[in-house]
Design a protein around this ligand. Structure first.
Ligand SMILES: N[C@@H](Cc1ccccc1)C(=O)O
Length: 492
């Protein structure tokens, strides 16, 4: 009969021990079954799953005096010490002289709260005969020991006040009681034979041939094993690596650069007017440091801004200020890296990308953080066209697993035409993922670039949110251990 339950010898021992125990404590059970407490409890839990035993847990709240509580239990609460010591109006200074200033300080608040004294013109004036309060009775009731609520005969509110005063602490005491169920009893009555079981086949057993006589503990293939969380790369980093791989596979070179950039490279070289709202204090992290302007480009960039230079454009008009262009900022987009790279490498062809952090003064909310990653890229070559740009982006998103892609017209001061790529996500609809376009000649000409430049800057964290099914961007940066453990390395 017992075979139907597939009991281990430990479980059998515990079951037999339980037959004559009533509401056993873990120690009693360990004693009776002649096993370690931990092993016998483990067996008891397994028996409970099989309906043969029952483990009840009760949690008792235990209260204890803190060191300060013990002191006041002996000497009296500060307000008691003081009210007993004064007979008429007394000044605070006098109290502080006579008593420890901390005691005097604590006492005055409580004297008023308890209605034992008032404060008039800076004097403490006793107003009642200060009968012994519930809190004082409880402090006495402890008699220096840890006690339960019932033993103290306490009122919840009074105990809580003492806890708030840090005179009493609460701990929880877990007690377990184990008993046999009627099914368990039936099983024992029907007879259980405890045989020695072998849990592991060893080379000794094999060599000696002993294995033939041994009884092996059967595997229970129905219990779920404890999950093992192996070390793994952060899911966000994994996605970033995947994006990097895609561009490397497409023949792009990765570029890196400084987080601190001059306004010149972050804005001016990209034909962003100096009064553009994105350059305002509330949108950009401005730094107090400055950079030298690159001599070979600064006059040409100046001319393009003021009157279009030799590009045929009218420029933005007004006076371009070197002083503004020198000011350093935390790069607001990684386009500052690609434009500088193009200036340093003006010969075609160029295929470069960067995945890195950008900084904007955003108020933090589920879809905005002041630091975020961008995936930036440029292609410069003879005969490059707008369709090459769309093809390149479509290929990237396709490789990331998005099949429905569309492009909406967009606007950036440095590109013409400009688009905003969007991908379709079930349940969310079309989601905007960044910006792209063909650099204007106002951008390329001052840097000596002769061929068309396709450029894009895509939101990496947005894409990660979609891929990881997150509703809050901040989760990417939180390192919530539970989420990290459960995140899947590959989706089945
Ligand atoms: N820099 C733009 C994106 C962009 C890059 C390159 C070309 C066009 C647009 C942004 O941060 O939103």
């Amino acid at each position: 009969m017992s075979s139907q339950y597939n009991l281990t010898s430990n479980e059998k021992n515990v079951l037999i021990a339980l037959e004559n125990l009533k509401d056993a404590s873990p120690d009693e059970l360990a004693d009776k079954s002649e096993m370690k407490t931990e092993t016998s409890m483990q067996a008891a839990f397994l028996l409970e799953e099989k309906g043969l035993a029952q483990v009840d847990e009760t949690i008792t709240e235990i209260f204890e005096l803190t060191d300060e509580g013990k002191k006041y239990a002996q000497e009296g609460l500060p307000e008691r010490q003081i009210i007993d010591a004064i007979s008429g109006p007394t000044s605070m200074d006098e109290l502080k002289d006579k008593f420890n200033p901390a005691v005097a300080g604590i006492a005055t608040g409580w004297l008023r709260r308890k209605g034992w004294a008032g404060i008039e013109k800076g004097m403490i004036v006793p107003t009642s005969n200060a009968e012994k309060g519930e809190d004082e009775k409880i402090l006495e009731a402890f008699a220096g020991e840890a006690k339960t609520f019932e033993e103290l005969g306490a009122d919840k509110k009074v105990i809580n006040d003492l806890i708030k005063r840090k005179l009493v602490v609460k701990t929880e005491n877990k007690k377990r009681k184990i008993c046999i169920t009627s099914e368990g009893k039936e099983l024992v009555v029907a007879g259980i034979t405890v045989e020695e079981e072998v849990a592991q086949l060893t080379s000794e057993l094999l060599k000696s041939g002993e294995w033939k006589e041994k009884k092996f503990r059967p595997y229970n293939i129905h219990t779920a094993p404890r999950p093992i969380y192996g070390a793994k790369i952060h899911p966000y980093q994994r996605l970033i690596d995947e994006m990097r791989r895609i561009f490397l596979d497409m023949g792009f070179t990765e570029i890196k650069g400084e987080a601190v950039q001059s306004s010149f490279w972050n804005f001016d070289s990209l034909f962003q007017p100096q009064d553009h709202p994105a350059r305002e204090m509330q949108d950009t992290f401005h730094l107090s440091s400055r950079s030298e302007l690159p001599l070979e480009y600064k006059d040409k960039v100046c001319a393009v801004h003021e009157n279009g230079g030799e590009t045929g454009s009218t420029g933005w008009g007004g006076k371009w200020s070197e002083d503004i262009a020198c000011r350093n900022v935390l790069r607001t987009h990684t386009t500052s890296l690609t434009i500088k790279y193009l200036a340093d490498n003006p010969e075609a062809p160029v295929k470069a990308f960067s995945i890195d952090r950008a900084y904007r003064r955003e108020t933090i909310d589920p879809t905005h953080t002041p630091e975020f990653e961008q995936l930036e890229g440029v292609v410069m070559d003879k005969d490059m066209s707008f369709s090459n740009l769309l093809g390149c982006l479509a290929e990237f998103y396709y490789r990331m697993g998005f099949e429905d892609i569309r492009f909406r017209p967009g606007y950036f001061p440095y590109t013409e035409p400009s688009v905003e790529p969007e991908v379709y996500v079930d349940g969310l609809g079309w989601v905007e993922l960044g910006g792209a376009g063909v650099f204007r000649k106002e951008v390329t000409a001052p840097l000596g670039i002769k061929y068309p430049v396709l450029a894009w800057g895509l939101g990496v964290s947005r894409l990660a949110m979609l891929k990881l099914g997150l509703k809050d961007l901040r989760q990417l940066y939180h390192s919530d251990i539970d989420w990290l453990r459960k995140s899947e390395v590959c989706q089945l």
